[in-house]
Design a protein around this ligand. Sequence first.
Ligand code: GDP
Ligand code: MG
Length: 183
Amino acid sequence: MSQKGKYVYKILVMGDTGVGKTSLVLRATRGKFPDPETLMSTIGAFFALKRIIMEDGSLCSLQIWDFAGQERFRSFMKNLFRGANGGLFVYDVTDPITLDDLERFWIPTVFEQIDEYEKPIFFVVGNKIDLENRLVNPSEAIKLARKYGMNYIEVSSKTGENVELLFYLMAENVHKRYKRRIV
Ligand code: GDP
Ligand code: MG
């Protein structure tokens, strides 16, 4: 088998506490929805690896960084944003405040830390679409994504709907944009 190269990309996962960031990362990297009873509130940050084989045969490892949403960790987290190739701004489709907080806090905080020329690939991600009590109209979230030149997708970390697709699209996009920079 021919070796087409290996690439590592850094992907940030951001959004308020409770939107399902840790569940999304664990669904993507371990293939199952974690038992809510055992989900501890993430302290600081951790990362998990997701390996994806691209159409050109390259192996992309996404280093997916899961951040805690607590205000008290936010100032120290900022340093960890640097060098990101991609980012997910996650909100909960049943909680409009979590969408507002993306524009109020998460997007400006990340943009402050990232050099303009780096141009990471960003997605706005609506999570928990398995729930009946959706309160956010997708058109509002799409409007936000467009405003900042981001992609938009809706997922369920619980059922797994669109989760593989999301990370495949992310890998494809970052790989296209960054691969020439990596020797
Ligand atoms: P985080 O604080 O953003 O990391 O969120 P967690 O992953 O800890 O999830 C917060 C709560 O939302 C937990 O009770 C999860 O089980 C639940 N949750 C996460 N994703 C989903 C989802 O897609 N659907 C449903 N119904 N619940 C979810
Ligand atoms: Mg968490």
